[in-house]
Design a protein around this ligand. Structure first.
Ligand SMILES: [Zn+2]
Length: 207
């Protein structure tokens, strides 16, 4: 179950490639996907799906280019349609570029299979209203987007952010996963559920 990480775009967003056999799934694409395409090519991987944790510009800058090159379907959180028309989603703030539009399939939390790997899509709203985390139980890992980071949690000062909702998501969905689950966040280093339960300074009082 290799996981490759590419840090892409102006906000240094993690783009993950999870693969099994010759099939791959990609979580978030925050910038030019050139090195990701090379990785897929070198490892002879077929991209089955592009899964987006939330519709913030820094997680989707490279989606249009990657989808065009690979023809893989793009899955986005249904609940983030509420912010799709904001600058936080379309880009253009802080002098940064705007996001190239792409077609996508809205999804809600459910159980499915991506690239031959069972996946439980968890509702982890708070950073955005529709944020999703992608949990792969057989691979013992979860892609938490900007809900949970190594020793930190997501901001809630963007449109429709909600800190009490965020802490409830972390407590009910993420901290309910097995302690040895690897956590791959949207930014920064990976961690584990056990480690964040014990050491995350933001979660002590709330989680
Ligand atoms: Zn975000």
């Amino acid at each position: 179950m290799p996981v490759a990480n590419f840090v892409l775009g102006p906000i240094q967003t993690n783009c993950y490639v999870l693969h099994k056999n010759s099939n791959a799934v990609i979580i978030d694409v925050g910038g030019d996907p050139k090195e990701v395409l090379t990785y897929l090519d070198t490892n002879k991987l077929t991209l089955s799906a592009i899964c987006i944790t939330h519709l913030h510009f820094d997680h989707i800058y490279g989606v249009a280019a990657l989808a065009e090159q690979t023809k893989a379907p793009v899955y986005v959180p249904q609940g983030d349609s509420a912010i799709a028309d904001t600058e936080a989603s379309k880009g253009g703030i802080w002098g940064l570029p705007t996001v190239t539009p792409f077609s996508s399939v809205p999804i809600e939390p459910h159980e499915t299979v991506f690239a031959d790997m069972p996946c439980r899509i968890l509702p982890t709203p708070g950073h955005t209203p529709g944020s999703l985390s992608y949990y792969f139980p057989e691979e013992h890992c979860v892609f938490s987007g900007d809900a949970l980071f190594y020793r930190s949690v997501g901001r809630t000062d963007f449109p429709l952010g909600d800190s009490s909702l965020l802490f409830a998501s972390i407590r009910k969905e993420l901290f309910a996963l097995p302690g040895n689950t690897l956590v791959y966040p949207g930014h920064g280093p990976s961690t584990t559920i056990h480690d964040e339960k014990a050491n995350n300074p933001f979660c002590g009082d709330f989680c």
